[in-house]
Ligand binder design. Structure first.
Ligand code: DGP
Length: 112
């Protein structure tokens, strides 16, 4: 099923893109929850983390490595938070796997 994020990948809807390669795309969240709030998504349309398989192992690792690089490039390499909401009850609203990269403010624990 095509989601909003597939449309961003296909440039059917605009986004503020900060990084792209063959496997992934990263763009600023339209509703930022921190001074840095970027989403990194696989180009492969995996709906949610639990839908990933062993075939996606390298892809998932790639997303994490690139998330760290992006946080560093944005100037928040010393302190940032990654969030993956898996499923509607966990707060997922767009069913195309994405990792939130948040930085630039304090983060409490446990998360809300
Ligand atoms: P989640 O709740 O984990 O599914 O996060 C979805 C995020 O996607 C949410 O923080 C807002 C963001 N978002 C939704 N629609 C758009 C859009 O059209 N453009 C951008 N850049 N972000 C979007």
């Amino acid at each position: 099923m095509s989601t909003l994020f597939s449309k961003i990948i296909d440039r059917e809807i605009p986004a503020n893109i900060v990084y792209e390669d063959d496997l992934c795309l990263a763009f600023r969240d339209v509703n930022p929850q921190a001074p840095m709030h970027i989403l990194i998504i696989p180009k492969k349309p995996v709906a949610m983390l639990v839908d990933a398989t062993v075939d996606d192992q390298a892809l998932l690792g790639h997303l994490l490595l690139k998330a760290g690089d992006i946080a560093k490039q944005e100037g928040y390499g010393d302190a940032f938070r990654l969030v993956v909401n898996n499923g509607a009850k966990a707060g997922q609203t767009v069913f195309h796997l994405h990792v939130h990269i948040l930085g630039g403010r304090g983060f409490s624990w446990p998360p809300g």
